[in-house]
Design a binder for this molecule. Structure first.
Ligand code: APR
Ligand code: ZN
Ligand code: ZN
Length: 366
């Protein structure tokens, strides 16, 4: 057991606190990771506000990279000294999803078995099974994916959540390739990553839609070929027009990615896709939201696929090393997502900035 500094949310909607926590030595199948960088994500704020569940206190932080310090019995996939990116859950390798080659849908994912605790023994709930606003954290070994150790931790740690969700929504869920048109509705961290992923795949045009011009500017630097401010023009008409300019006769984009998580933007995505096109929902709706009313005949008549993308349908062991290599080669600009590097005492201020601003990601660097 060792004691380290960490950021917790002790009770509903209270500001976060920097405290000392106890990190157990790794048990069978577990690893302790010395965290080098961890992005501040909306989901951390969501935990802090009690929007996920009531299992306070939470150990926040879940978009992280670091170095494996120690491993428990039976761990062979990583060793002390390995540079790793963390993922939410280790896959089991045995369930029906794993057996049919779709481990990204594993029904029996797991995290570390032992609990990290406060100094008084109170058990902590690690955000998304990670808890990486901490100098060290305890995870399941399967949550660690070894990547190129010369990569910048603050940049590649972001693959652990939002950036992977966006890139994966495009290349995994949406099957975006060269020769396809793509529209992305909502260009925050997730949507911007979907644009970067679409550019990586060689799609064109790539149409960025947002209500905020600064997000659209950023989208352009990441590979958007066209921008639409949907507070000023009808995004459905704009996407149809721009797609048809490249592919005459197209009635929308081949793939439309919804990265806001709202019924009205999902409905825009539905009508902005070409016949037989694909809609990908990657924005996370709240539990009270309903599927918008759409005539069933439109669902039938337009064909194609209505999909949702859970964690970018990623398989960390397959996708993280590949994307880190592309980043190292200068083909994927992960640095563009790091708006600022902050200390471990800067998490509360980073939450504040989320509400008003040009921040894709604040990243805690340890
Ligand atoms: N039309 C177009 N864009 C919109 C609209 C709208 N009606 N409403 C909001 N947006 C834009 C915002 O301007 C912002 O750029 O959507 C973007 C949302 O981005 P972020 O708040 O940065 O969220 P992000 O981290 O990208 O996550 C996207 O997935 O994980 C969930 O909770 C998260 O629902 C959110 C979504
Ligand atoms: Zn499984
Ligand atoms: Zn996240």
């Amino acid at each position: 057991m060792q004691q380290v500094k960490a950021v917790i949310a002790r009770s509903k909607a209270a500001p976060v606190e920097l405290v000392t926590i106890n990190v157990p030595d790794p048990g069978p199948g577990e690893a302790v990771v010395a965290v080098q960088a961890c992005g501040v994500c909306h989901t951390d704020l969501h935990y802090r506000e009690g929007g996920i569940n009531d299992e306070f206190p939470f150990l926040l932080g879940h978009e992280a990279a670091g170095v494996v310090e120690a491993v428990g019995e039976g761990v062979t996939s990583v060793a002390p000294g390995d540079f790793v990116v963390l993922n939410w859950r280790a896959v089991c390798g045995q369930c029906r999803a794993c057996n049919r080659g779709q481990a990204q849908y594993c029904f029996a994912t797991h995290n570390a078995t032992q609990k990290m605790t406060l100094e008084d023994g109170t058990e902590l709930s690690p955000a998304l099974g990670i808890g990486a606003f901490a100098e060290k954290t305890l995870v399941a070994a399967g949550q660690c994916t070894k990547v190129d150790p010369s990569a910048r931790p603050a940049a590649v740690g972001l693959l652990g959540c939002g950036v992977m969700a966006g890139i994966g929504a495009a290349i995994n869920t949406g099957a975006v390739t060269r020769g396809k048109s793509v529209a992305v509705i909502g260009c925050g961290g997730v949507g911007a990553a979907a644009i970067a992923g679409s550019a990586l795949a060689g799609a064109s045009p790539i149409i960025a839609v947002d209500i905020d011009d600064s997000k659209l500017e950023k989208a352009t630097t990441l590979g958007a070929t066209h921008t639409v401010n949907s507070s000023q023009e009808d995004p459905v008409e704009a996407i149809k027009r721009i797609s048809a300019a490249t592919y005459p006769g197209a009635e929308g984009a081949d793939v439309v990615i919804e990265a806001v998580g709202r019924p009205e933007t999902w409905k825009q995505a539905f009508y902005a896709r070409d016949l037989a096109g694909t809609v990908v929902l990657v924005g996370v709706p709240t539990p009270d939201m309903q599927v918008p009313e759409i005539p069933l005949i439109d669902v039938f008549g337009r064909g194609g696929a209505l999909k949702s993308s859970w964690y970018g349908d990623c398989l960390p062991s397959r996708d993280f090393p590949m994307l880190v290599d592309l980043y190292q080669q200068g083909r994927l600009d992960l640095d563009a997502f790091v708006t600022e590097e902050i200390g471990i005492d800067g998490v509360e201020a980073a939450f504040e900035k989320m509400h008003h601003g040009n921040v894709l990601r604040s990243v805690v660097v340890l």
